[in-house]
Each structure stands twice: as structure tokens, then as C-alpha cells.
Design a binder for this molecule. Structure first.
Ligand code: NAD
Length: 288
């Protein structure tokens, strides 16, 4: 067994190296990707990796200034990209915006990878008593409806272009899996919905070859959380203590997982709660 499985692995590794060397085009060569929330954090790091791996990327965000800066950074960090990169302003909570941007990719040959990543955690999000209803609605509209619209129009595009495979990755969070005593109830509920919705979509569309996976990041060093924590050391410590690694995650560490899920290497990964958290959700107590 040992030697035959080693042989098999050697074959796989040599095969991969051979493909890479002979094609020299990257793990996402020829794929068209849309990334929402590409103006910063996970979305921007993912854009850079996708470009380095040969994809054509349409970066979308609600903030045009953020998109402009992000595009410049993506071009700087992926100078040898062979694929196209463009930007489009999109509010994911508006179906017409999402539909418009997905249809824009008809000219590229349709969507292959959809990364529904845009999300908010509002400063006024609190516990059951103090969360204002308008913050609840705003959060669900962006974090849940935005993912639904992105998933819906990705499926329609995949079908329209008669694709037999596609990868949709939806950003949830570890708060969809474990309870936080530092409340942000609207956000938590929204991410639980993303997880459940992604799982069902994965099952419904599996025989069409469309894979759906949910990314579950732990708290990260991105503006979404860090701006909110600010200089409040106590608030920061309250969260950092839960990491076995003793640190928050980095956006690039999420992007590497998204790249895998987007690629054909993940062809049998479907419906997963893909947790990238440095072991946080598996910890009982952490090292001193
Ligand atoms: P980020 O704030 O750096 O990026 C989010 C982007 O989404 C921003 O560029 C923002 O302009 C955009 N956006 C906001 N509302 C939008 C809308 N209506 N339409 C389109 N774009 C919109 O944050 P990030 O950390 O990179 O977050 C990406 C995803 O990861 C979010 O869904 C977030 O909930 C999730 N997440 C983040 C953390 C964390 O600690 N940062 C942890 C778990 C999950």
C-alpha cells in the first residue's frame, strides 16, 4: 500500500508540475471571475492571486474610490498578469446592479467563478435589545440578499453559457459556527444565513457541476474589524485571547483558500463550511 500510494502521489505531483510547466498559465487560466467587495481586504488580496493565476477579473465594490485604489494595487502586485482586470461599481443589495455586472461578463464568455464577498458589520450592530431595526435590515440586505443575488445571477450565467462547471464562493464567518459573547446580532444572523443558503445551493446545483462553498474567516487584520476596534486594547484583547496562534488572521490567508476553492483542484469540494481561522473554533483554552 505504502509504495503504491507514494507512487500515485508522485504521479499526481509530476502531473501537476508538468501541466503547470507546459501550460505556464496558472491555476485559473482562462477563467472569468467576479469579486464583490474587491475594494479592500479579502476581495483585493483575492483579486491579486486570481490575476497571478491567469484569471480575468471584474472587481466590484460599492465604493468607487476604494475600487480605484484597489485596481492600482492589483496591477502593481500582479504585474505579469495575462488576464483582463476591470472595475465596476455595484451595490450587492440591488439586484439590477448585480445582474448588470454579471451580464457584462457575457462579452468575456460568461462567469466561471463568482466570489460573493461584500459584507458589512455596522458600528450600531449590538445585542437583541439595542440593535436598531434599520441596522438589522441593512445588514441582511447586503450580507444575505447580496449573496443570494450573486448566486442567482452566477447560476443564470453558467447556464446561459452552457458551462459544465462553475465555482461560487460565499463569505460567511466563524460567527456562523460559534457564539460570540461580544454581540453583533444582525451580522451573526446574516452569516448563519449565508452558511445555510450556500449549503442548500451546493446540493441543488451539484449535478450541473456548479460548486458552492462558504468561506468562514476568523477575525482579521482588515479595515472591517480593525477600524471598529480602533485603539481599544481591552476590546482587542477580548478577541485575540481566543486564537491558539495569538494573532488575528490576514486577508491573504483567506485569499489562498478562495483560490483553492475557485480552482479545479477543488473539483470535489462542495457545500463545505471552509474554515480558515488558525484553529480558533477548535480551541477550548489557548496556550499562555
Ligand atoms: P473590508 O471592509 O475590507 O471589505 C469589504 C468591502 O465590501 C469594502 O470594500 C466595502 O466597500 C464593500 N461593500 C460594503 N457594502 C457593499 C455593498 N452594498 N455592495 C458592494 N460592496 C460593498 O472587509 P473584509 O474583511 O475584506 O470583508 C470581506 C468579507 O469577509 C465580508 O463579508 C466580511 O463580513 C467577511 N469577514 C470578515 C472578517 C474580518 O474580521 N475582517 C471576519 C469574518 C468574515
Amino acid at each position: 500500500w505504502e509504495s503504491s500510494s507514494e507512487d500515485a502521489w508522485a504521479f499526481v505531483v509530476v502531473g501537476c508540475l508538468h501541466n503547470e510547466a507546459s501550460e505556464g498559465r496558472g491555476r485559473l487560466a482562462g477563467k472569468n471571475a467576479i469579486i464583490t467587495g474587491a475594494g479592500g481586504g479579502i476581495g483585493l488580496e483575492t483579486t491579486i492571486l486570481f490575476l497571478r493565476e491567469g484569471a480575468n477579473v471584474l472587481m466590484t465594490d460599492i465604493s468607487e474610490p476604494a475600487l480605484e485604489k484597489a485596481l492600482a494595487k492589483a496591477k502593481e502586485k500582479a504585474p505579469n498578469a495575462t488576464g483582463k482586470v476591470e472595475t465596476a461599481k455595484v451595490d450587492v443589495s440591488k439586484e439590477a446592479d448585480v445582474q448588470g455586472v454579471v451580464e457584462k461578463l457575457d462579452a468575456w464568455g460568461g462567469v466561471d467563478v463568482m466570489f460573493n464577498n461584500a459584507g458589512i458589520m455596522h458600528a450600531d450592530d449590538a445585542d437583541a435589545i439595542d440593535t436598531p431595526e434599520k441596522i438589522w435590515d441593512l445588514t441582511q440586505n447586503i450580507n444575505v440578499k447580496g449573496v443570494w443575488f450573486g448566486s442567482k445571477h452566477a447560476v443564470l450565467s453558467l447556464r446561459k453559457h452552457k458551462k459544465t462547471k462553475g465555482s461560487i464562493i460565499n463569505t460567511a464567518s466563524v460567527v456562523a459556527l460559534v457564539g460570540a459573547a461580544t454581540p453583533q446580532l444582525a451580522y451573526t444572523a446574516s452569516k448563519g444565513a449565508v452558511l445555510a443558503m450556500t449549503r442548500e445551493l451546493a446540493v441543488v446545483h451539484a449535478r450541473e457541476g456548479f460548486r458552492f462553498n462558504a468561506l468562514c474567516p476568523a477575525p482579521l487584520n482588515t479595515p472591517l474589524l480593525q477600524d471598529w476596534l480602533g485603539d481599544d486594547q481591552a476590546k482587542r484583547q477580548r478577541r485575540e485571547i481566543h486564537f491558539p496562534t495569538g494573532r488575528f488572521g490576514e486577508a491573504i490567508e483567506q485569499a489562498q483558500a478562495v483560490l483553492f476553492l475557485a480552482s479545479d483542484e477543488a473539483s470535489f469540494v462542495n457545500g463545505s463550511d471552509f474554515v480558515v481561522d488558525g484553529g480558533m473554533t477548535k480551541a477550548y483554552v489557548t496556550p499562555e
